[in-house]
Ligand binder design. Structure first.
Ligand SMILES: Cc1cc2nc3c(=O)[nH]c(=O)nc-3n(C[C@H](O)[C@H](O)[C@H](O)COP(=O)(O)OP(=O)(O)OC[C@H]3O[C@@H](n4cnc5c(N)ncnc54)[C@H](O)[C@@H]3O)c2cc1C
Length: 283
């Protein structure tokens, strides 16, 4: 059981991890390097580092994190369940436990496909690795927003009779022969009890299951019962959410979407988590 699980390896998550290390807590940090930081051509407003390039800032964050003993995992977290006194964290095929959780997953700017939320768990999935067994010998569709989606489509093609791949970005990749690439714009999922059709701008696909593979997902699908306001998690000034022991920091808590704000919130969130852990231990 970890003291603190941090979900997200951007500035907010790394700031939380560094401060948790300083407070001598056992920590696991999930996520891959922040694409937003890497894509920043130059960062003119981070105090003390004028006009640093995004890639250089990312390297500094990584170096600082490596100087701690924080355990890291590039696994994607698919669900976080509050078990009352601790949290159960499902990361791809594995389950982790932590007394507190800090959500620092950033904000997903990509619009959801209509019906994505309502059919989630009913024909629509965010994780091929987790849900593939349900679709053995069946037809599936992958709507891919990132390079990870290639691997997910490849994996599905080994157990499904047919996989349609709808790329939502420019791509070149050699798939297995039962993967068909469909270049069209997804509009909505349709079905009655479960999603069975993806309607696109110029065509549609009938399939048994649909996998939407992107870098981050609507936060409401990650933590059942979490209070949200649109794409943002509702927090107070201590970065506490409505769930005891669960904190949020960075872009996910709302505007402004800025590195300095993310770093500050990551620190506040972890100090609040430490207070909570210390009080729990003394009870
Ligand atoms: C082009 C561009 C230029 C920018 N320029 C500036 C600038 O000059 N100055 C400035 O202050 N800000 C700038 N920003 C904004 C800044 O990059 C963000 O505010 C900042 O990165 C937010 O940090 P964050 O830690 O909240 O989230 P992010 O940096 O978005 O990090 C999110 C992390 O969560 C992880 N994650 C998401 N979902 C999951 C999951 N389910 N499981 C595991 N991990 C997950 C991701 O892998 C990533 O590590 C810019 C952004 C862009 C796109």
């Amino acid at each position: 059981m970890y003291d603190i699980a941090i979900i997200g390896k951007g500035p907010a998550g790394i700031s939380a991890a560094i401060n948790a290390f300083a407070r001598n807590k056992s920590v696991i940090l999930f996520g891959s390097d922040s694409k937003k930081v890497i894509l920043s051509p130059s960062i003119p407003n981070y105090p003390g580092l004028p006009d640093i390039k995004g890639v250089d800032f990312a390297k500094r964050l990584e170096d600082h994190l490596s100087s701690t003993n924080v355990e890291t995992s590039s696994k994607k977290v698919n669900a976080i369940y509050s078990m009352g006194n601790y949290f159960s964290i499902q990361a791809e095929k594995d389950v982790y436990e932590a007394e507190t959780v800090i959500l620092a997953t950033g904000v997903d700017f990509k619009k959801s496909i209509e019906g994505e939320d309502s059919f989630l768990g009913m024909g629509v999935s965010y994780c091929a690795t987790c849900d593939a067994p349900l679709y053995k010998g069946k037809i599936t569709t992958v709507i891919g927003y990132n390079e990870e989606s290639y691997k997910e489509a490849d994996f599905l093609s080994e157990i499904c009779t047919k996989v349609y791949f709808v790329p939502v970005f420019k791509m070149e990749y050699n798939f297995n022969s039962n993967v068909e690439i469909i270049n069209d714009t997804p509009l909505r999922f349709e079905g009655s009890m479960k999603a069975d059709r993806l309607v696109m701008k110029n065509s549609e696909i009938l399939a048994d299951g649909f996998f939407v593979i992107k870098d981050s997902y609507p936060v409401s699908s990650l933590v059942p019962g979490l209070e949200v306001d649109g794409p943002h998690v509702v927090v107070n000034r201590s970065m506490e959410t409505n769930i005891k022991g669960l904190y949020a920091a960075g872009d996910i808590t709302g505007r402004p979407y800025q590195i300095a704000k993310a770093v500050g919130e990551g620190q506040i969130a972890v100090l609040s988590a430490c207070d909570y852990l210390d009080k729990k231990a003394s009870q």
